[in-house]
Design a protein around this ligand. Structure first.
Ligand code: APR
Ligand code: ZN
Ligand code: ZN
Length: 361
């Protein structure tokens, strides 16, 4: 028996989002219906609305979510009704070359629920990142659900489903930041701030926050940055070198996704240092680097895909650290809002006023 709930739908390119009644089928084999408790508003939701990702309208937005499993379909053994879970973008297969080599974030056979959620007139919805969680309930593949400690605040848990995991993972998984390292983070929005939290957790000795907005640098300090550089007024490469004894940082994390900031990252790192690109560029962006500098500077140039995370390993671990007070994920929640407030939250995000607005259900 299908059921009807409220959800936030992007009807067409650049059209305002609206709350609609959506129809959710019973979970099929390998699927789960999750009662959503919280879902953060992420840039990617705005990109879906603006047509930057796909033209497969209408979209059911929202993908940074936590909730309680309501029902599961045939063959589901990893989660059961009543489990508190964080949703991830794609269930991995466990059998492909990437999975077998321990890099499931590059799985070739990821999947979402195969049944479709619809509007009441039968129009099929495309769930954002295969989730669609600005809704009272949603349908996902059971492998998209990761069980975590239910005593954590849902708004905090949901954040690990996307931006905060991407940032922390960029530092601890991709960048392998270690005790005593110097780190520079370029771009201190939600992702960059999470990279700062991850670097601090990993024991970095210096964490240099770089942004063009002083408000962001102030917040970055509260997240654990030891030094700040405003790159509108200061030469980033020189400033980072000066703060690191003339060398450059061991790890530089680029959390903007632009050629000029990537260039800064490349030269702000120490010889044999690591650059991690976690900011997402657009298709037309290109970088030009002297090949001799790539050769002569050594080290590694990496990108971080979803924080190179293993949800089953990383989500519960980060929740534990938060519950113990060793990281403060609540600091990322600027405001909590209702389903009807997503359009305004997009505007505030665009102005740079919030780290995260979180829809509570
Ligand atoms: N130099 C330094 N900082 C910059 C620059 C620049 N040239 N341009 C923008 N910034 C800063 C902004 O001031 C802001 O603080 O980068 C930050 C970007 O933060 P958000 O817009 O909040 O984005 P966020 O959610 O953190 O995501 C950052 O990672 O996941 C990707 O798609 C996402 O590419 C985006 C990036
Ligand atoms: Zn996201
Ligand atoms: Zn796989």
């Amino acid at each position: 028996m299908s059921q009807q709930v409220r959800g936030v739908v992007a009807p067409g390119k650049n059209e305002a989002v609206r709350v609609e009644t959506i129809v959710i089928p019973d979970p099929g084999a390998g699927e789960a219906v999750v009662k959503i408790q919280a879902c953060g508003v992420c840039h990617t939701d705005l990109h879906y609305k603006q047509g930057g990702i796909s033209d497969d309208y209408p979209f059911l937005l929202g993908h940074e979510a936590s909730g309680v499993v309501e029902s599961v379909g045939a063959g589901v053994t990893d989660v059961a009704p009543g489990d508190f879970v964080i949703l991830n973008w794609r269930a991995v297969c466990g059998n492909c070359r990437a999975c077998l080599r321990g890099r499931p974030w590059y799985c070739f056979n990821t999947h979402n629920a195969t049944q479709k959620m619809t509007l009441t007139d039968g129009t099929e919805l495309s769930p954002a990142l295969g989730i669609g969680a600005f809704a009272e309930k949603t349908l996902v593949a059971a492998g998209q659900c990761t069980k975590v400690d239910p005593s954590v605040a849902p708004a905090v848990a949901g954040l690990l489903g996307c931006g905060v995991m991407a940032g922390i993972g960029a530092a601890i998984n991709t960048g392998n930041v270690g005790r005593g390292d110097t780190v520079a983070v370029i771009g201190c929005g939600g992702v960059g701030d999470a990279a700062i939290v991850g670097s601090r957790l990993a024991g970095a000795a210096k964490i240099i926050a770089v942004d063009i907005d002083d408000r962001k640098l102030t917040t970055a300090k509260t997240m654990g940055a030891t030094h700040t550089v405003n790159s509108r007024t200061t030469d980033v490469i020189e400033a980072v070198r000066e703060l690191t004894g003339g060398f450059g940082a061991d790890v530089v994390i680029e959390a903007v996704g632009r050629p000029e900031t990537y260039n800064q990252a490349f030269y702000a790192r120490d010889l044999a240092g690591t650059v991690v690109l976690v900011g997402v560029p657009t298709p037309e962006m290109k970088i030009e680097l002297p090949l001799l500098d790539v050769f002569g500077r050594g080290g590694s140039l990496k990108s971080s895909w979803y924080g190179d995370c293993l949800p089953s390993r990383d989500f519960p671990m980060l929740i534990d650290l938060h519950q113990q007070g060793r990281i403060d994920l609540a600091a990322f929640v600027t405001e909590t809002i209702g389903l009807g407030d997503v359009e305004q939250a997009f505007a505030r995000m665009h102005e740079g006023d919030v780290l995260r607005s979180v829809v509570m259900l």
